[in-house]
Ligand binder design. Structure first.
Ligand code: FBP
Length: 280
């Protein structure tokens, strides 16, 4: 596993350079869900794949930016699903973005995830590794240095409500309004990685990207985005659900499946479950 973490560190240093100097324009290509790929998406994907190809313990990889699974080493032990540069559209407005990695054993599905790593490219570059607990490292003079172990409180103060509000179910709108009426602060940048990182570091709150009338199955992808953060939030004493059950109980039928998702500290997630079970 340490060779994979080292590989992610190496890739992240190169992606930092790419973000600072690279072309933020659109490419001619589209990804599997018809989104026009940014040149940064493709370039960061190439950086990661080229490095992972040199790691014998990696059996296969799948990228959010690619259609199919890429088999690497028949005797490899681990499967990795990754989002090379999540929120990449925010780079040209100079907001924080990130990379997300889910490390799986035997299958690409929720119950097979055994570790998760994400990297935030913001004013500083920070990497958060979740295996048995959740540890944060910060890039300093070319090296990732341990900073702290992260644990969520029972209750938070931040609310990050995603997706199109005019497509929300009335009970979801009521839930989000009630949470703000209880004094929670709005913290939503449109970048999943910095938004979830902030809630983790500030001790708690709620990030939500529900199913909506325009996207009943949500937008965020199970293997590349939701399951890795669900693993991290659970290891940090928080929760991640799809509105009705643990996100890590969601079934995957296609590698690019999406799911509604809610991440947060226990108080807020229990509130979501209560409202969704009553209305959903
Ligand atoms: P990409 O994977 O296409 O980058 O989309 C993911 C994302 O940008 C998340 O980072 C973010 O939470 C969400 O989409 C924002 O979506 P919206 O603009 O609908 O709120």
């Amino acid at each position: 596993m340490q060779d994979i973490i080292k590989a992610i560190e190496e890739a992240s240093i190169k992606i930092k350079e790419l973000i600072e100097t690279g072309d933020t324009g659109k490419s001619e290509q589209e990804n599997s869900t018809g989104d026009t790929q940014l040149k940064l998406d493709i370039a960061s994907d190439v950086i990661i794949e080229d490095i992972f190809k040199t790691i014998p313990s990696i059996k296969a990889i799948v990228s959010e930016e690619q259609e199919e699974i890429v088999n690497l080493n028949e005797n490899g032990e681990y499967l990795i699903a990754y989002d090379p540069l999540d929120g990449s559209s925010l780079v040209d407005v100079n907001l924080s973005v990130g990379s997300i990695y889910g490390i799986y054993k035997d299958n690409f599905d929720a119950k097979s995830i055994i570790a998760s790593v994400y990297v935030v490219f913001g004013p500083r570059v920070e990497m958060v590794v979740a295996i048995d607990d959740v540890k944060m490292y910060r890039l300093k003079k070319g090296k990732f240095e341990f900073i702290q172990t992260i644990t969520l409180d029972e209750k938070g103060k931040l609310n990050a409500p995603g997706s199109r509000q005019n497509c929300w179910a009335p009970f979801h709108k009521q839930l989000i309004d009630d949470i703000f009426n209880d004094g929670y602060r709005l913290r939503y940048s449109g970048g999943m990685v910095p938004d979830l990182h902030q809630i983790l570091l500030k001790g708690g709150g709620l990030f939500s990207y529900p199913g909506t009338t325009d996207r009943p199955k949500g937008k965020l992808r199970q293997l590349f985005e939701v399951f890795p953060f669900a693993y991290t939030y659970e290891k940090a004493n928080g929760q991640a659900v799809d509105g009705f059950k643990r996100a890590l109980e969601v079934e995957t039928t296609h590698i690019h499946d999406t799911t509604p998702c809610f991440f947060g500290s226990n108080t807020e997630i229990n509130r979501v479950l209560e409202v969704y079970k009553k209305n959903g």
